[in-house]
Design a protein around this ligand. Structure first.
Ligand SMILES: NC(=O)c1ccc[n+]([C@@H]2O[C@H](COP(=O)([O-])OP(=O)(O)OC[C@H]3O[C@@H](n4cnc5c(N)ncnc54)[C@H](OP(=O)(O)O)[C@@H]3O)[C@@H](O)[C@H]2O)c1
Length: 289
C-alpha cells in the first residue's frame, strides 16, 4: 500500500480514532485540533502535531476533517481554502445531504477534490472489522486514496452525488434511533415489574435481531409500492394488537409516546382500506405531496 501522508483536522473522540488508525497503519500522519493539547497521545504513537492550521492542510495531499458539525467545518476551512487547493478533502463530519452538496460546491469553486463520508462506527470500532464508512462525491479522488481510507473500516462508495453518503448515513441512523425507541420502551416496560434486566436485555436483543431479518422484504415492498404480495402478518391484525401495547404502557404507568406515532399511522392505514396489506405500507402516509 502506498504510504502517502494524511492530515487529520479535529481530534475529538472520532478524529483521534481516525488519526490513530492512520498512524498505526503506517501512514505519515499530521494532526491538528482547535484546542491545543489533544495531539500528544498521537505524537507518542508517531504522528506529527502541526504548528498551525495552514501548515496542517499543506502537509498532505489527503486532508480528512472530522469536526462537530457543518458550521465548524466552514469556520475551520474557509480561512485555509487556498492551502487546500489542489488537494483532496474527505469530510467525515456528520451532516445533511444539503450540507454535503454545499460543501462539494465550496470545494469545487476552490480547486479542491471533495469526498463526503459517513462513519458507521463508534470510535473504538474504527479500524476493526465492525466499522464501515460510506463515501460519495469525486470517484477519482476516492479511488486514489481508497487504500488509506481502508485503514478506517470497510469503505463503501455509494455514488458521485456528494449528498448520497450523508443521506444513507442519516437513513441508517434513523433506523438505529427507531430501534432504540422501541428497545427503551420495552426495557422500561419490563422494569415496571422489576423483571431482571440481565434476563430481559438478551431476550430483547435476540428478538429484535430476529425481526430485523424482515427488513430486506420491506425494502422491496417500499421500492415497488406493492404491499399486498407475500403478506404473512397483515396490518389489520397488527393494528388490533398495537392497541394493547399502548393500553399496557398506560396501565403500567408509562407514557406510550415513543410508540404512539406508529400506532396512529397503522390505524389510519387500516381505515384507508389497506387492512389486508403489510405494515410497511405506512410509509405511504409519510410522503409529502
Ligand atoms: N463519536 C461517535 O460515536 C461518532 C460516530 C460517527 C460519527 N461521528 C461524527 O464525528 C464528528 C466528530 O465527533 P466526535 O465524537 O469526535 O465529537 P467530539 O469528541 O465532541 O469532538 C468534536 C471536535 O470538533 C471540534 N470542534 C467543535 N467546534 C469547532 C469549531 N467551531 N472549530 C473547530 N473545531 C471545532 C472540537 O475541537 P475542540 O477540541 O477544540 O473543542 C473537537 O475536535 C461528528 O460530526 C460526529 O457526529 C461521531
Amino acid at each position: 500500500m502506498s504510504k502517502s501522508p494524511v492530515t487529520v483536522l479535529g481530534l475529538g473522540a472520532m478524529g483521534t480514532a481516525l488519526a490513530t488508525a492512520f498512524v498505526t497503519g503506517g501512514l505519515p500522519t499530521t494532526v491538528w485540533n482547535r484546542t491545543p493539547g489533544k495531539a500528544e497521545p498521537l505524537v507518542a504513537l508517531g504522528a506529527t502535531a502541526a504548528d498551525g492550521l495552514p501548515s496542517a492542510v499543506t502537509a498532505s495531499e489527503l486532508v480528512v476533517v472530522c469536526l462537530l458539525d457543518h458550521d465548524s467545518v466552514h469556520e475551520t476551512l474557509d480561512p485555509v481554502a487556498d492551502g487546500l487547493s489542489g488537494r483532496t478533502l474527505v469530510n467525515l463530519t456528520n451532516g445533511t445531504p444539503a450540507q454535503a452538496r454545499e460543501m462539494a460546491g465550496w470545494a469545487a469553486g476552490r480547486g479542491i477534490a471533495y469526498v463526503d463520508g459517513g462513519i458507521m462506527a463508534i470510535p473504538p470500532g474504527i479500524g476493526t472489522e465492525q466499522a464501515f464508512l460510506l463515501y460519495s462525491g469525486s470517484r477519482s479522488a476516492f479511488d486514489a486514496f481508497a487504500p488509506a481510507l481502508e485503514l478506517l473500516g470497510a469503505p463503501r462508495f455509494v455514488g458521485e452525488d456528494p449528498g448520497l453518503a450523508a443521506l444513507l448515513d442519516i437513513a441508517l441512523l434513523s433506523g438505529m434511533y427507531g430501534m432504540f425507541a422501541g428497545a427503551f420502551h420495552a426495557l422500561a416496560l419490563a422494569n415496571t415489574e422489576q423483571f431482571p434486566a440481565a434476563e430481559f436485555g438478551p431476550l430483547l436483543a435476540g428478538w429484535i435481531t430476529a425481526m430485523a431479518s424482515g427488513i430486506p422484504h420491506y425494502a422491496h415492498q417500499i421500492e415497488t409500492g406493492d404491499y399486498a404480495t407475500g403478506v404473512v402478518s397483515n396490518i389489520g391484525m397488527q393494528a388490533a394488537a398495537f392497541a394493547n401495547l399502548l393500553e399496557t404502557a398506560e396501565a403500567q404507568g408509562l407514557s406510550p409516546e415513543l410508540l404512539a406515532p406508529l400506532g396512529s399511522l397503522m390505524s389510519r392505514r387500516v381505515a384507508d382500506g389497506h387492512g389486508r396489506e403489510d405494515v410497511s405500507g405506512v410509509v405511504e402516509l409519510l410522503k409529502r405531496a
